[in-house]
Design a protein around this ligand. Structure first.
Ligand SMILES: Cc1cc2nc3c(=O)[nH]c(=O)nc-3n(C[C@H](O)[C@H](O)[C@H](O)COP(=O)(O)OP(=O)(O)OC[C@H]3O[C@@H](n4cnc5c(N)ncnc54)[C@H](O)[C@@H]3O)c2cc1C
Length: 397
């Protein structure tokens, strides 16, 4: 089988790229190991960068029609005091969201092939020229040849190793979540994040969704007091039992679904962005935020960016080496600064007393709350707060 572009992985990054490429008139094959709709362990929060990317894809209204709109964000400090600020977002289970994107890609002409697991790249003279898959239906192999291949396989290390892009095998963190079905009353339109003392190096969350569904999870980042050694399942249970808003929700829940988890690849770390004929997008490229673990927005943005670079390269007849160079440079200049700021913010997780102090300053003064609002909306860089000058200003004004 042949295509202009092969996209491996039909999460937000892969579907956004495939959709954009097909709209430009290219012949696109989108392959995934799963049959859709499929679940994906996630908090399901579409924060402002995701909403903006959906707007650019022309899908914002279609997604919002199915999602629960969010108006505020509440962050609990380790001492359980909290800060609340305005923040526009939306929550939609990934089972629905990813399928909606995939369907939009198919409507644009993308050929979607489910139950195909990518095994290895096909090597051509100028670089990667497609991929070999195992068909999960009959265990036979299938080759898909393409002028350009996009790897959108998420946080899994194995495909990165097989396709020669892995720089590090270990992930940046890990997170688990379960759905709680609450009674019928209206859900608060608020994202709730709790930096609990019982979750060192991470946080717990309560995100409301449509139809009385709540997404309750716990995530941990590596390198903060070896936090990753903790048993996440136990931490999640403890969060549910001891964090009062989670406890109230669990007590009233009609049903709790089984816990699901996945690794996180954050801050551009762990993978190259490509090699001739092959570009990595989304979490495969390490494009999830440190500190918050949010990555849907940057997955969509990088999918769009990679597609635009491919369209331009094929139009101009650019070499595959030049394409990977341009994509890498543009992605790094567009995303690096925010990732560096969030990495700095993640270091605060090791200092609960400082976090308590920041929460107090957020309640007493205007600076911290204003910065949190602007960082969330991406109208300010995270370094405006998560830096020595930012912290000094926060503590003194
Ligand atoms: C518990 C948890 C909570 C999170 N909460 C949030 C949140 O609330 N908001 C947010 O923005 N981000 C959140 N994230 C991060 C977010 O899930 C990721 O950043 C996002 O899914 C990345 O999208 P992607 O398209 O790059 O990869 P994925 O969404 O992981 O999609 C990858 C696709 O590739 C397919 N695939 C993988 N390997 C192969 C293979 N070998 N062959 C064929 N197909 C393959 C998979 O089946 C999958 O469909 C959370 C992550 C976790 C683990």
């Amino acid at each position: 089988m042949e295509a202009d572009v092969l996209v491996i992985g039909s999460g937000p990054a892969g579907s956004a790229a495939a959709l954009t490429l097909a709209r430009a008139g290219l012949d696109v094959v989108l392959a995934d190991q799963h049959v859709f709709p499929r679940d994906k362990a996630c908090g399901d929060a579409l924060i402002p960068d995701a909403l903006r990317a959906l707007e650019a894809l022309g899908l914002r209204q279609r997604v919002l029609a199915r999602a629960l709109s969010i108006a505020t964000v509440r962050i609990y400090a380790p001492d359980r005091s909290f800060v609340e600020f305005d923040g526009e977002a939306a929550c939609l289970p990934r089972r629905v969201f990813d399928d909606l994107l995939r369907q939009a890609a198919m409507e644009a002409g993308v050929r979607f092939l489910p139950r195909l697991r990518a095994l290895r790249p096909l090597e051509g003279r100028a670089g990667v020229a497609g991929a070999r898959f195992r068909r999960l239906s009959d265990a036979c192999s299938l080759d898909v040849g393409a002028r350009v291949t996009l790897l959108a396989t998420g946080a899994a290390t194995e495909p990165l190793v097989r396709f020669g892009l892995a720089e590090r095998r270990s992930s940046s963190g890990v997170a688990v979540r379960a759905y709680l079905h609450a009674g019928s009353g209206p859900s608060p339109r608020r994202l709730c994040l709790a930096f609990e003392r019982t979750i060192p190096g991470g946080y717990g969350w309560l995100f409301p969704g449509p139809d009385g569904l709540y997404n309750v999870g716990v995530g941990l980042f590596c390198g903060i007091g070896n936090a990753i050694d903790h048993n996440l399942r136990l931490l999640w249970r403890q969060f549910l039992d001891t964090f009062p808003p989670a406890r109230a929700l669990a007590d009233a829940a009609l049903r709790i679904e089984p816990l699901r988890g996945a690794p996180l690849r954050c801050g551009f770390i762990g993978a190259r962005l490509g090699r001739p004929g092959l570009l990595a997008v989304g979490e495969a490229a390490g494009l999830t935020y440190p500190l918050s673990g949010e990555g849907i927005g940057k997955a969509l943005e990088s999918g769009l960016l990679a597609a635009e670079c491919v369209i331009e390269a094929l139009r101009r007849g650019e070499t595959l080496s030049r394409l990977v160079e341009r994509y890498t440079q543009t992605a790094r200049s567009r995303f690096s600064r925010r990732f560096a700021g969030y990495r700095a913010g993640q270091r605060l997780l090791a200092f609960p007393t400082l976090m308590n102090l920041l929460a107090r300053r957020a309640r007493e003064g205007r600076f911290v709350k204003r910065q949190l609002e602007a960082i969330f909306a991406e109208t300010a860089y995270p370094e405006s707060l998560f830096s020595v000058p930012g912290l000094l200003r926060a503590l003194m004004t």
